[in-house]
Write a protein that binds this ligand. Structure first.
Ligand code: AMP
Length: 217
């Protein structure tokens, strides 16, 4: 099975992708994470990506997305399915990804759309932290009580993502509604959209997705 998962910031794409990857034995490809890894490198591309992602808080060019994805997908055995988390993010990426899948004999079985409203996105993202050392994702109020606490997994310092500032989230949500929402409409027309209410517990969201996917395959 090959899946896409899209949704506004804080809708739970990462969490649900991990659960789905485990359940259906899929390789989880988290676009944002792959790009953030590049921003840490002292290369021309790394600096350019840092400027786009962390300073301007815009979308990265389709060329870079395609290049990174081509490389990652070429290293995954063809008999293992994938879940693409956070991509396609604009309509021009749809064709590129479908072509890439076709080339590697993969079919997109479904596009999961996790829907949460803006207030919920803002609330969840303001609690989203990560460990500076081990990179573990940490939720304030669940994994730690305060932002002064250390990482419960390795004891390292925790911090918010640079692009998760209030101004950063607002801008990225606005881009989501303008650029990414039409991608869901595309898969809706193809009869491949799995529309899920994201404002439920992690387990309830997961059960809803699995119930629909089980009817597909
Ligand atoms: P995310 O972790 O999904 O919030 O992504 C972090 C940032 O990476 C986004 O705000 C974009 O700048 C960039 N990014 C991630 N996925 C894509 C994509 N499919 N197309 C363009 N830019 C992306």
């Amino acid at each position: 099975m090959n899946l896409l998962i899209i949704g506004p910031q804080g809708s739970g794409k990462g969490t649900q992708s991990e659960l789905l990857a485990k359940k259906f034995n899929l390789a989880h490809i988290e676009m944002g994470q792959l790009l953030r890894k590049e921003t840490k490198k002292k290369t021309i591309l790394g600096e350019k990506l840092n400027d786009i992602i962390n300073v301007k808080k815009e979308l990265v060019s389709d060329e870079v997305i395609f290049e990174v994805l081509t490389e990652v997908i070429s290293n995954i055995p063809i008999d293992k399915g994938v879940i693409l988390d956070g991509v396609p993010r604009r309509q021009t990426q749809v064709g590129l990804i479908e072509k890439l899948f076709e080339k590697s004999n993969r079919v997109i079985d479904a596009c999961v759309y996790l829907d949460v409203d803006e207030q919920e996105s803002l609330r969840r993202i303001s609690n989203r932290y990560a460990c500076v050392d081990c990179g573990h994702k940490i939720v304030l109020g669940k994994d730690v009580a305060s932002d002064e606490d250390s990482c419960p997994f390795c004891g390292g310092d925790i911090q918010q993502r640079i692009d998760d500032s209030q101004e950063g989230i607002k801008k990225r949500l606005e881009i989501f509604h303008r650029e990414t929402r039409p991608v869901a409409d595309h898969y809706q027309k193809m009869g491949k959209l799995v529309n899920i209410r994201g404002e439920q517990s992690v387990d309830a969201v997961f059960q809803d997705i699995v119930a629909i996917l089980s009817n597909i395959k």
